[in-house]
Design a protein around this ligand. Sequence first.
Ligand code: FO1
Ligand code: CA
Length: 306
Amino acid sequence: MITILAGGTGSVKLVRGIATQTRDISVISNVGDNYWLYGLYICPDIDTILYGLADILDTDKGWGIKKDTYGFLRQMEMLGEENWFNIGDRDAAIHLLRTNMLKNGKNLSDITEWMCQKFAIDVKIIPVTDNSVETRIVTTKGDLHLQEYWVKHKGQDKVDGIKYVGADKARANPAAVNAIHDSKLVIIAPGNPLTSIGPILSIKGIRKELSKSKKKVVVVSPLIGNTAISGPATKYMEAAGMEVSVYGLAKMYSEVASHMVIDSSDRLLTRKIENLDMKVYETKIKMKDKKDEEALASFILKQVHV
Ligand code: FO1
Ligand code: CA
């Protein structure tokens, strides 16, 4: 089995690539982005992986269902409700069912497993915890939920730090811990290190199991040079006092991983990363289409010897 630690948009491409190579995959999903709106529980990262594997993801945006319509949102607008979070009509059906199942006492793991069955996905998607962990962005104007900071306020305010509220009390999902333990390879997908992977690592039970397993853990860089392939990763890295480079990433991950895949153009940093006791692999890491996804996945499975 292969386990992949994943956020949403940045991670789904690699998850899809790996799924072309093997079906025995567990994806441990971030839950820090989860958000309550209109009484609905929205899990963007779980859904992005779900839609990506079901081949219904809107790949231009990197979230939501392709060709979705927005009648529900327009009606909310008409009723004077907030309209900054673009929930599509088909997407809304998922949130509605999920919320109803939670109300009926099911936990997020069971609901997600049920969703996987409904979408005929044989990859296991495991929420990192069934407890609440909320990624909050600390700005000069106070702290905001990630969705409020990034989507509502369009990432405008200066970031002073990042908090994972609830992480200290959250219980690692036993299925996630077991997946790490039982896998021959654990891949940290090229997600945002602080808002996609960070919340996963902030859960003690997960961090502990990864540290124990670090010989079989490989991290795939979400950066090329000092630029993120997508999203605001570098802004958050700066706020967290990290060096914005694959070396800065390597320092963050060296406690839980001993292999790292970087872009060939970053090869000047290879030696420096190897001094952190990590083995480095250089290749083309940007995934523009399904061919690239498959190529990177196959590179990892063939070249990374753990
Ligand atoms: N991201 C946006 O930038 N704007 C949106 O309106 C938006 C809506 C949305 C609806 C459902 C969903 O599952 C995800 C959605 N996202 C949206 C993406 C999501 O907020 C991401 O988690 C964040 O962008 C951070 O990665
Ligand atoms: Ca996300």
